[in-house]
Design a protein. Structure first.
Length: 259
């Protein structure tokens, strides 16, 4: 089984990439991996270095069913900001398009600190969540999960909040932002809490914002909650907190419910 650390070590954006079977998610490559490798492709090709990743917008266009290639282009480069697009191709088909903003910190007197994380049990005091292969796809084996509150996927619970401590099984040496993007997509969507049986859902678009430069970490608390569902689509928000209680990432997904 190829870990994220090993996979990134072997990844060459100049060559077609075949995801191992244990990184598949239904009929496609795990979305979090495709988005993370889009960032890795940019970092690999940027010899001069880039400012910290500040934001990413991902549009999922078609399933990844063939070897992936990553085509990147810098379309705006200012003194403190760089904007880049990456097209992830599945064979000859466009699978996802990602726009990323890299930005240096700005010195300003006005600051507003985010609300503190609510108090939860630390990971060592939470039980390990056993992976249900009927609910979680093969890529779930790359993450260790410990419920910290809320509901569980496919539990039939009306509470649409997921709260889980999550860490990579192995992300040693991986750029912190790359590892974080792969990690944030590790949970089943909060929409599935109310399901009694597994059902078809897929992400249509994904927005990711990092409040400060990504840093190395072990455990991260993922808080995912379904804001609204209507006419076959739902809107899910996610917050990611580190073990020090700092919010490190905010994300939003538009989810298509297929069945």
């Amino acid at each position: 089984m190829t870990s994220l650390a090993r996979l990134v070590e072997q990844f060459d954006p100049g060559e077609p990439f075949e995801a191992p079977a244990y990184w598949l998610q239904g009929g496609t490559v795990f979305n979090g991996l495709s988005a993370a490798l889009s960032l890795q492709a940019i970092l690999h090709r940027s010899a001069a270095g880039l400012p910290p990743l500040k934001s990413a917008q991902v549009t999922f266009i078609s399933p990844v069913t063939q070897a992936q290639t990553f085509n990147s282009r810098v379309f705006r480069h200012r003194r403190s900001e760089v904007s880049v697009t990456v097209d992830c191709m599945s064979g000859d088909d466009l699978a996802l398009r990602t726009t990323m903003l890299f930005a240096e910190p700005r010195v300003r007197q006005a600051t507003l600190e985010p609300l503190e994380c609510r108090s939860y049990k630390v990971p060592s005091h939470c039980q390990v969540q056993e992976v249900d292969r009927q609910v979680v796809t093969a890529c779930g084996c790359h993450f260790e999960m410990r419920p910290a509150g809320g509901s569980l996927p496919v539990s039939g619970d009306e509470n649409s909040e997921l709260l889980m401590w999550v860490r990579h099984q192995d992300a040693q040496g991986v750029d912190p932002a790359v590892a974080l993007i792969a990690l944030v997509d590790s949970l089943l969507l909060a929409d599935t809490n109310g399901f009694i049986d597994p059902a078809g859902i897929t992400s249509a678009s994904w927005t990711i914002d990092l409040l400060q430069p990504a840093a190395d970490g072990q455990w991260f608390l993922i808080n995912a909650f379904n804001q609204q569902a209507r006419e076959g689509y739902s809107m899910q928000d996610m917050e990611i907190w580190n073990e020090s209680g700092q919010r490190v990432l905010w994300a939003r997904q538009i989810v298509a419910m297929l069945t």
